[in-house]
Design a binder for this molecule. Structure first.
Ligand SMILES: Nc1ncnc2c1ncn2[C@@H]1O[C@H](COP(=O)(O)OP(=O)(O)OP(=O)(O)O)[C@@H](O)[C@H]1O
Ligand SMILES: [Mg+2]
Ligand SMILES: [Zn+2]
Length: 447
C-alpha cells in the first residue's frame, strides 16, 4: 500500500509545516493552515534525451508590437501596452468586484480567438452577461469546466490566442488527491498553465479571489509563478474600480486603470481627476485638493479631514485611503512645528472617491485639511496644495511638479501652495504659485 504523506500549508502564503500551527510564522495569519497531501517524487536527475535548442540573442526575433491590445486603454496601459503572448496574468480582487466582467470585456473585442473557461458560472450565465455588456464576438469560445486536463484539450482543439480561467480556485488536476482551492491544486494548475502558455505562445488570464484581507488564496505562490499580478479594487460605496499592477514582468507597476461599473459593464474613465473631486461648488472646512501622480498620470484628489474633541482618554485616529502610520507622523509634526493642539482630538482622514494614495507629495494637503477642520476655516476651492513634509516641519520638493500643476490648471484651479524648492520648475502662467518652506508658513498662507 502506498503511504500518503501530508503536510500543513498556510493557505495565504504557502508556508509549509509538518505540524498544524495556529498562527503562520511567515505571514502571521491565524488559522490559515490546512492539511494537504504531498506527492513524493524521486529526486535524482535523469540525463535529458530530447533536442536542446540554444540560440544567440541576436538571432531571436521578437518585438514589442507582438502584444495583444484589448483596445481598452485603461487596461492596456496597466499591462504596459497590452497582453504579452506566452505570459500569465493574474487578476485578483474581492468577490463581486467585477473580475469576470473585466476579463470578458477586455477579451471579447479581440480579433484573436479567445477561450473563456468558467468554473463558477454556467455557459448560460456567461451568455446573459455578454448580452448585458453588449459583447458580440464570433471568436469567443466558452467552456464550463473545472478539470484542467479538459481545459488543456480544449486549448489544443481550438488554439486560442488568449485563455481566461475564471477562477483558478475552481480548477483541479485529477492527478492530485487534494481538493480544488487548496494551495497544492492552485499552485499546480497555475504551473501547468504556465507551461501551456509558454509552449503555445498564448496569453493566459487567471482570475483569483481575494480571500482574506488583501490576499488571494495562495497569493505568494501565484505571485512568483505568474508574470503579471493585477488587483482590481474598489469600494462598495462607489461605482469606481481601480486596476493596479502589483507585479509586472513586462511593464511599469505604477500605472493604474480607472473604470466605472455601470449596468452595461465597465466604462473606462480617461479623465479621472474630475470624479475624485467632490462637488467643487461646495465649500466645507476640512477639505483640500491636491495633485498626485499615479504612474505617469496626474490625478487631482480631495483630502478630507474631520477633527472632533475626544471625550475619552485615548483619541481616535482613523484614515481611509491614506497610510495610518504616515498620519501619526504628520500629526506629530503638526503639534511640534505647526502649533496645532491635536492631542485630545479625534482625527478622521478620508480620500474622497474611495481612492488610496501612497505618495508623500500629498502630506501637505492632508496637514492643511486637518488645520482647516480644526480651525473650522474653509480653504478656497480653487486652491491646490502640493508638498511632502519632513520630520522637521520642512516642506520638501516633489517630483513631476509641472505635470501636477498642469492638471490643476486644466481643471480651473487658480492658486497653488507648493514647496519653495519646486518654484523654479513651473511653466504655468495661469496659476498663482505660493512657495512655502515649512509647515508653519503653509498654514499661514492656505486660508
Ligand atoms: N444587472 C446589473 N446591473 C448593474 N450592475 C451589475 C449587474 N449585474 C452585475 N452588476 C455588477 O457587476 C458586479 C459583479 O461583476 P462580476 O460578476 O464580474 O464580479 P466578479 O468579481 O467576477 O464576482 P465573483 O467574485 O462572484 O466572481 C456586481 O457587483 C455589480 O456591481
Ligand atoms: Mg466572477
Ligand atoms: Zn502564511
Amino acid at each position: 500500500m502506498k503511504k500518503t504523506k501530508t503536510k500543513y500549508i498556510c493557505s495565504s502564503c504557502g508556508y509549509e509545516s509538518i505540524r498544524w500551527l495556529g498562527k503562520c510564522p511567515e505571514c502571521e495569519c491565524w488559522e490559515s493552515f490546512t492539511e494537504e497531501i504531498i506527492e513524493e517524487s524521486k529526486r535524482s536527475t535523469k540525463p535529458f534525451k530530447g533536442k536542446i535548442k540554444v540560440q544567440k540573442i541576436n538571432e531571436i526575433t521578437a518585438n514589442e508590437t507582438d502584444r495583444i491590445t484589448s483596445g481598452i486603454i485603461e487596461f492596456d496601459r496597466v499591462l504596459g501596452g497590452g497582453l504579452m503572448p506566452g505570459s500569465i496574468v493574474l487578476i485578483g480582487g474581492d468577490p463581486g468586484i467585477g473580475k469576470s466582467t473585466l476579463a470578458m470585456q477586455t477579451t471579447a473585442k479581440l480579433t484573436d480567438k479567445v477561450l473563456y473557461v468558467t468554473g463558477e458560472e454556467s455557459t448560460k450565465q456567461i451568455k446573459i452577461r455578454s448580452q448585458r455588456l453588449n459583447l458580440n464576438s464570433d471568436d469567443f469560445f466558452v467552456l464550463a469546466e473545472t478539470n484542467l486536463s479538459a481545459v488543456i484539450s480544449a486549448i489544443k482543439e481550438i488554439s486560442p490566442a488568449v485563455v481566461v480561467i475564471d477562477s483558478i480556485q475552481t480548477m483541479f488536476r485529477e492527478e492530485l488527491d487534494n481538493s480544488p482551492g487548496t494551495v497544492t491544486q492552485i499552485r499546480d494548475c497555475t504551473s501547468v498553465l504556465q507551461g501551456v502558455a509558454k509552449k503555445n505562445n498564448i496569453c493566459v488570464i487567471i482570475v483569483g479571489h481575494v480571500t482574506k484581507e488583501g490576499m488571494i488564496a495562495g497569493p505568494k505562490i501565484l505571485e512568483h509563478i505568474v508574470d503579471t499580478v493585477l488587483y482590481f479594487e474598489g469600494n462598495s460605496n462607489y461605482s469606481y474600480r481601480i486596476l493596479r499592477a502589483q507585479k509586472n514582468r513586462y511593464g511599469n507597476t505604477n500605472e493604474i486603470g480607472i473604470f466605472e461599473m455601470k449596468q452595461t459593464g465597465l466604462e473606462q474613465i480617461l479623465n479621472p481627476s474630475k470624479i475624485f473631486l467632490s462637488n467643487a461648488e461646495n465649500k466645507t472646512p476640512g477639505s483640500v485638493v491636491t495633485s498626485t501622480i499615479e504612474g505617469t498620470r496626474p490625478l487631482l484628489i480631495e483630502a478630507q479631514a474631520l477633527i472632533t474633541p475626544s471625550n475619552f482618554g485615548y483619541p481616535q485616529r482613523v484614515s481611509t485611503g491614506f497610510d495610518q502610520r504616515r498620519l501619526s507622523i504628520l500629526l506629530a509634526v503638526l503639534e511640534k512645528h505647526g502649533n496645532l493642539k491635536l492631542a485630545s482630538s479625534n482625527v478622521f482622514i478620508n480620500m474622497a472617491g474611495g481612492v488610496k494614495i501612497f505618495e508623500p507629495a500629498i502630506d501637505l494637503a492632508v496637514c492643511c485639511s486637518i488645520a482647516s477642520s480644526l480651525a473650522n476655516k474653509v480653504v478656497n476651492n480653487k486652491t491646490v496644495v502640493i508638498g511632502e513634509i519632513g520630520l522637521g516641519g520642512e516642506v520638501r520638493s516633489v517630483g513631476n511638479f509641472d505635470k501636477r500643476i498642469s492638471e490643476a490648471e486644466k481643471l480651473g484651479f487658480e492658486t497653488a501652495i507648493v514647496p519653495k524648492g519646486n518654484l523654479a520648475e513651473t511653466k504655468s502662467k495661469k496659476i498663482k504659485h505660493i512657495g512655502v518652506a515649512n509647515i508653519r508658513e503653509a498654514l499661514e498662507r492656505v486660508f
